[in-house]
Design a protein around this ligand. Structure first.
Ligand SMILES: Nc1ncnc2c1ncn2[C@@H]1O[C@H](COP(=O)(O)OP(=O)(O)OP(=O)(O)O)[C@@H](O)[C@H]1O
Ligand SMILES: [Mg+2]
Length: 462
């Protein structure tokens, strides 16, 4: 054992001294680390280790000092926390017959559910809990706030990845504060893009092959357009056709115009464009029938059409009416076309990303049907609880509560769901100049779509 040896004691004392004097050496070390790291990365780059050894990126402080403290707190307080929050159970009966009466009492020593070993993550701790027979994750969800205070961590998330188990994920501090740095991780998979960071420190991946259509909601200035920009920037280097419908004058998606196969900035253009996309979808259907394929991904690579991602910034603009018959008809047509695209496009390589402040039935015809087709949901800060409910309520009721805790200063922070799973994430901020530069750089990759030929010609003659 280490305490039998003088070297062990010396190391222990050094660690202790380092811990108590950390206020003095930490700032100096942090200022020196980047230089040291850049030197190391140059050396390691030459040795071919560039991506494996980045000293400045190591959360050493958390692993050495923070994690042991939080893990000790979790283990130390678990029994008491469970008793106070009603998570412990006793096996015996709480009732006794005394004379001719039944007396009900509280068990003296209820048993807490078995806690696994706290495992460190880059930004916190993960620990599994084995549920007692008859227990469900719901009381653990209710107790998550008590856990945050008891363990002095920023947040505790309760999920149940396996039946009979609860996974507690504690984040030591909010990993989504500040600006999420431009994430350059190239995943190399078609239609999989990295648009920011998740709360566990991992990349925020949007995988269109897994979740074909997405709905992005949030109050004004909450970060919807920024997410679309991050998405376009990440998709731009891939062999994908990008189509924009930006009815707020094209101010957001217009930045990427040279990389867009088509862009509509008013409703008549949008209807023409959606009609063209629907024709494209029908052509693809015919092609799949010809090759007896169930989706474009089953087609031989040589004939497989290019995937299309259609981005709509501010859905409400498509449904605006001034009460006149003509504008009502236009809104109706937009609703029908978008719904058809969503219904047919998923297996034919046509994907939708629709952003809007609220996406409810009050907006226009067929909006709720459209919403149910958009399986991926991203909810930024909402104006009111109903808006969050509209986006997340049908998929994940817990996520509705979390979405409402996003503050006004947390622009770009969102709750992301796919199926019943949800997590908090923050998009990478793309500046106007970065958008323009990326769009210029990748302009030569812009595919032509025959179904949108009329539209593309119009764009060229403008
Ligand atoms: N991920 C982010 N990180 C940091 N700041 C962000 C992020 N996303 C957005 N912001 C800030 O929030 C501002 C508003 O963002 P954005 O224009 O995307 O909001 P919006 O939801 O589209 O608003 P509107 O409904 O008015 O169009 C941006 O100008 C930017 O300063
Ligand atoms: Mg916007």
């Amino acid at each position: 054992m280490w305490w039998d040896k003088p070297v062990g004691w010396l190391l222990f004392l050094l660690l202790l001294a380092g811990y108590f004097t950390r206020a003095r050496w930490e700032p100096r070390l942090s200022s020196r680390l980047p230089r040291l790291a850049s030197r190391l990365s140059k050396v390691s780059g030459r040795l071919g280790l560039a991506n494996r050894w980045k000293l400045a990126d190591q959360p050493w402080r958390w692993y050495l000092l923070g994690y042991p403290r939080v893990a000790a707190r979790i283990l130390w307080t678990w029994r008491r926390l469970c008793t106070v929050n009603g998570l412990s159970l006793s096996w015996g009966s709480h009732q006794q017959i005394i004379g001719r009466s039944v007396v009900q009492g509280t068990a003296l020593r209820p048993r807490p559910p078995r806690l696994g070993l706290p495992v460190p993550t880059r930004t916190g701790v993960r620990v599994r809990v084995a549920l007692h027979p008859g227990q469900t994750p719901t009381p653990f969800l209710a107790a998550s706030n008590a856990m945050e205070h008891t363990w002095r961590v920023y947040s505790v998330r309760v999920t149940s990845p396996e039946r009979g188990q609860v996974l507690l994920t504690a984040s030591a501090e909010d990993p989504l504060t500040g600006r999420v740095s431009a994430n350059s991780t190239a995943h190399g998979r078609l239609l999989t893009v990295n648009v920011g960071s998740l709360e566990d420190g991992g990349p925020w991946l949007i995988e269109f092959r897994r979740t074909p259509h997405w709905l992005v909601t949030g109050a004004t200035q909450s970060g919807k357009s920024s997410l679309l920009a991050a998405l376009v920037k990440a998709l731009a280097p891939q062999p994908v056709a990008l189509v924009g419908l930006d009815l707020k004058g094209g101010m957001e998606l217009g930045l990427f115009e040279s990389r867009l196969t088509a862009l509509a900035t008013n409703r008549p253009d949008a209807i023409q464009l959606l009609g063209g996309l629907l024709r494209e979808v029908r052509d693809r259907m015919a092609l799949c029938r010809q090759y007896r394929a169930k989706s474009v991904w089953d087609l031989p690579e040589l004939v497989r059409p290019v995937p299309v991602v259609v981005l709509v910034d501010e859905l409400a603009e498509l449904y605006l009416t001034d009460g006149s018959r003509a504008s009502r008809d236009e809104a109706e047509e937009c609703g029908t076309l978008l719904l058809r695209l969503a219904q047919l496009g998923a297996s034919l390589g046509v994907h939708l990303v629709i952003a809007g402040q609220r996406v409810g039935s009050d907006l226009g015809p067929r909006v709720t049907a459209l919403r149910s087709q958009l399986g991926g949901r991203v909810a930024h800060r909402a104006h009111d609880s109903q808006s969050a409910e509209m986006t997340l309520g049908d998929l994940s009721p817990d996520a509705v509560i979390v979405a409402q805790t996003i503050g006004e200063h947390e622009q770009g922070v969102a709750v992301v769901t796919t199926g019943r799973q949800w997590t908090r994430a923050r998009s990478t901020l793309v500046t106007a100049s970065q958008a323009a530069a990326e769009s210029q750089r990748t302009a030569h990759l812009t595919p032509e779509l025959p179904g949108l030929a009329g539209k593309t010609e119009r764009k060229e003659t403008e």
